[in-house]
Write a protein that binds this ligand. Structure first.
Ligand SMILES: Cc1ncc(COP(=O)(O)O)c(C=O)c1O
Length: 357
């Protein structure tokens, strides 16, 4: 394993993180340093931490043309005891490794990436915000850099990790959202890149999301790409429905991202003795459950929002009200438990939190 080198800004050249944390949004502010590592001649080389700066990239770099790029998203929390904690970071690097394989990119040393991330966070620890609900968002990503315009896997890559403070998702309070159920477009094809966190999947979601936006919906629920019948996931969240005594989420059958939050929800619900089913769930079954009063709760689960209650679904001109349209008991319990574990006010029975140092 090559050793990690560091070029750290002297204190007088460091920037100041925003002081008004109530105005932190998502994804516009970046910390002082980043991690980089090159892949060249069949080997990952030169892992390093250096000051955040624009890249020099050949205009023919293959990622810019054929979207051979993968990424991850996770958070670092400033916890009640003042320590910095990462939430299940090994799961994110393991998912990145699976994405890499699907995109024909070279495997990487997950432990090295995790060590580098912890070093980076230690250097930029003052960028981790302090206000309730805020966090430092972490974006590892790998892009093809070889200058070449023939369609094939690149020979060269750049692995990077950037970070930046993000605001509380529920600055106006934990509130149910309305969701548009997409009847026509698909996020990913069957047997494609659906289970990878590949930039291409997000590009192909934009058009339908924009159309839903015009109709007044900020979130869109995808149905399966073959029959447009079974619910899959929302833009950046996995979905759960509480029907009768069962908590249902779609199975991981290739078109759905295996969310770390999704897995955490399944584990916690099972710990509490609740019945969790990973099974196909048709939109017709949801409509019927809505009509006969069995659709009690619905929520999304993902790194950004943690748990997002759904009050109403809109499908082909009709509205399906979930429960009484408010926040369900299980939804609230999961949100409280998960954020409690992340910020350190509840016990971490599954050892999901990894200290930065
Ligand atoms: C398409 C998609 N589904 C689900 C998720 C939720 O995954 P996680 O809980 O790992 O953030 C995300 C966010 O990463 C996503 O982009």
């Amino acid at each position: 394993m090559e050793t990690l080198t560091k070029r750290i800004l002297p204190p007088q050249h460091r920037r100041f993180p925003p002081t008004d944390e109530s105005k932190l949004g998502f994804g516009d502010i970046f910390s002082d340093h980043l991690f980089k590592m090159d892949y060249h001649d069949g080997q990952w080389r030169n892992p390093r931490i250096e000051p955040y700066a624009p890249l020099q990239l050949d205009p023919a770099a293959m990622s810019l043309h054929y979207a051979q790029l993968v990424f991850e998203g996770l958070k670092c929390f400033r916890r009640q005891d003042g320590q910095l904690g990462l939430f299940r970071p090994r799961d994110n690097f393991a998912r990145l490794a699976r994405s890499v394989r699907l995109l024909c990119m070279p495997d990487f040393d997950q432990e090295l990436a995790l060590t580098a991330l912890r070093e980076l966070l230690d250097i930029d620890r003052n960028w981790v915000p302090r206000s309730p609900g805020t966090a430092l968002y972490i974006r590892p990503f790998i892009v093809a850099t070889e200058p070449h315009l023939g369609v094939r896997p690149s020979n060269d890559y750049l692995f990077m990790i950037i970070t930046g403070p993000v605001g509380a998702y529920y600055s106006a309070g934990f509130a149910p959202i309305d969701i548009y159920v997409e009847p026509q477009y698909s996020r990913v094809p069957p047997c494609g890149l659906g289970e990878a966190k590949a930039g291409a999947n997000y590009a192909s979601s934009l058009y339908a999301a924009m159309e839903a936006h015009k109709k007044g919906y900020s979130q869109l629920l995808w149905l399966d790409p073959c029959e447009h019948k079974y619910v899959e996931e929302v833009g950046s969240m996995n979905m759960f429905f509480v029907i009768g005594d069962e908590i249902v989420t779609s199975p991981l059958a290739g078109t759905v991202l295996p969310g770390v939050t999704r897995d955490s929800v399944c584990v916690m619900a099972e710990d509490w003795g609740l019945k969790v089913a990973q099974r196909l769930l048709s939109i017709d079954e949801i409509i019927e459950a809505g009509e006969n009063g069995r659709l009690q709760e619905a929520f999304g689960a993902g790194t950004a929002a943690v748990i997002s209650p759904v009050g109403r679904l809109h499908y082909k001109g009709r509205d399906i009200v979930v429960g009484d349209g408010g926040i369900g008991k299980i939804t609230r319990r999961l949100y409280d438990e998960l954020t409690g574990i992340q910020y350190g006010s509840r016990p971490d029975a599954h050892h999901w939190i990894m200290p930065v140092k």
